[in-house]
Write a protein of this length. Sequence first.
Length: 345
Amino acid sequence: MTQANGPMREVQQLQSLLTMSRELMQVDDATAAVALAGRTVLELTKGGGALLLVRGDISASVGFDRSGRPYAAVSTHGWHRLAMERLGRGAGGVSMPSPRTMIVGVPTQHAIAVLVVGWEDDAGSEAWSERRRILETILELTVATLGRISTRSSLEGLVSTQYEQMASTAQAHADELARRDEVEGEIRALSLTDVLTGLNNRRGFFVQAEHIFKLAQRKRTGSLVIYADIDDLKLVNDQLGHETGDRMIRDASGVLRESLRDTDVLARFGGDEFVAFALDDAHPRVILTRLRDNLGAFNLMQERPYRLSISIGAVRCDPGGEATLLDYVQLADREMYLHKRRCLH
């Protein structure tokens, strides 16, 4: 987190955040999601310990030792009162117990989740700012994942199960907080997954990719946006039915996922459209060639009443430019339609 660590350290941090984002999208267990978040916090910031407090239907008070191992934190934890004060206030007004302790909340106003981390050493303003950006990114991704999990299971049963697994002797944190219905609605609104394919949906893409994109721009790290469109999906829907069309969409998502790295962010934007964000990828042709090879193999190996074909547009992001991630998505969309038009003529 200092200049001495060099560009390689910065790229490793971005790759770690991408890997965490991908792993969070694949877990269906709140305990695993929280444990992953705590481990990543202490790995990237080199903190001496942390506390995560979440209110609402998924109530949690989880501490982490310096190695990232989680344990159930009761109200006597040294940072518990500080975290509770942050939950009950706006963006300001909470004093730090020492200049070596940082606290962040999500959302900034009327937080529903708070993360406290402490260090044994002092840090300069640049390192301190970078720590805050990393903590805010990890906390937002964790809250979004917990919101997705909360829509799939009984919330009260989930709470008791998580804490029995975390520590058999720990006191279950089952406090009913005010505005239960309001908080439940906020968490449910953070669902980030496309039901048909299991990929990110549009919101999930921007929640994951936006933070990584901005970090890459600040660090002048290369990145790539890909826009993909399934060819002839309407024709399949009209002639073979929407159930077959849905199968075609799932097949396309599988080929795209196989053609990208685990750390790349892939999303279905809706209908027959997909978007991907790849970090530090200097050669778009490598991905496009791999996609063409995988499509050819799929059409040879799989018995389907259709031939799977995908049009692709790819643009490299200028690390020194002022364009937003949405700008690059729209540019890649236009590139895709140009490619599709050339193939039709």
